[in-house]
Design a protein around this ligand. Sequence first.
Ligand code: F6P
Length: 363
Amino acid sequence: MTTLAVLTSGGDSPGMNAAVRGAVKVAAARGVRVLGVRDGYDGLIDGAFLELTTPSMTAPCGLAASPDVDAHGNAGGTFLGSARCARFREASHRKTAVEHLRTIDGLIVVGGNGSLTGAHLLAQECSTPVIGLPASIDNDIGCTATAIGVDTALNTIVDACDRIADTARSHRRAFVIEVMGRQSGYLAMASAVAAGADAVLLREHERSDEQFVAFVADTIHRAFAGDSGRRRVLIVKAEGVDIPCTLLVRRVQESLDHTLPGVEVRATVLGHLVRGGRPTYQDRMVAGRLARSAVETLLRGESDAMTAWQAPFGGGAPTDDPAVTLFSLKDVLIETDALLQGTSVVTRWRVQMLTALEGALGL
Ligand code: F6P
């Protein structure tokens, strides 16, 4: 094996650069050149590559990471660029991408479920082995306990909740804070518990808009009515809950104006704020170890698989890293679908754990 390529795809997530750095350094240590692909699958179709290794007189195998890899390794976002590439869904464009991979001995795809779907297709249509790394703040990728970027996003949300709690307490107000996650409620549930929120609103609860309004109004009522001494209420809403945050809050406010006059409710949508920022130690460490195993897997000539972190409920093939397991991309995509449909044992367990906590959160 002489040359590997790496691309980052889909929504960027903190730690993608650390994953690229990990892959480049491990490959360079084996004397393997690494090319970066610009802007995800778009760059693969257009043949836009950049050198990520550089000749080194002092390195044992004569190669080292390029200055770019070093400069961006600890930064958020992705210095390679990313894209949600609609063209890659078309076989004709994938054929062009396969042409560009002809001189490359292995490809690492760092991204979320759409990107891993692309990696699975490519692995089937191309003789170059392809290995995926799970990276998405949403934590909606099957077979892995966490994806690159989740920990940083959670820390950002928890910090934002703490800040909002400061101002909420000062005015004795209630806040509904919406967090990203697309169809997955993981960021909302995990951050709500860590921030000491009073309640969480999840798509997985399958409530109607009216039920969500009533639930929020009731949570605020219970916290502020009487002589509780409570100074703030925080409710975390997952993006997947359809009713827009501002509409929800307006309707809750209208309801409270009758039952608990004087209490003010505010809405904050954290949005893309949650996706940026320097990766935490945890995300850098997970990214580095998943990337190392991905390179080792490619060097063994394996393809069409994803390196997973601490696989929930086991399964997969062991690697020499006890925290990293190898799953076929087919199995990953099936489990990802089940996670999003709510039929996965993992989703059911997460929602059960939260439901068991529901009574305790607002106390
Ligand atoms: O998948 C990551 C994510 O940030 C989701 O949480 C969110 O729904 C989506 O991407 C936003 O996508 P875009 O940046 O394309 O608007």
